[in-house]
Write a protein of this length. Structure first.
Length: 94
């Protein structure tokens, strides 16, 4: 699968509502580096596993313009990267 041009994400498949809300928040806060606690709460509601790394990237570079969830070639691997489906995908991507 060397021609794959998508994105692999370690999270469950998201609903259209969550994808739409993520898109809105990225559009609204694009480029902003200093977010209020309220905005971080919104982000955590949409990205429950928002880690310190992501927060540091936001503080350094600002909120990204796009959410990877909305990319048409995004593949959601789920949270268990050692499952049968994930091992199969790993073999395909080698």
């Amino acid at each position: 699968m060397p021609e794959f041009q998508g994105i692999l994400v370690k999270e469950e498949v998201q609903s259209n509502k969550v994808i739409t809300e993520r898109k809105k928040i990225h559009q609204k806060y694009f480029g902003q580096k200093h977010l209020t606690d309220e905005v971080y709460k919104l982000l955590i509601d949409l990205y429950p596993i928002l880690e310190r790394t992501e927060r540091a990237m936001i503080e350094r570079y600002g909120v990204s313009q796009y959410s990877i969830s909305e990319h048409s070639q995004t593949i959601f691997l789920g949270n268990n990267l050692n499952g049968k489906k994930e091992r199969y995908l790993k073999l395909l991507l080698q």
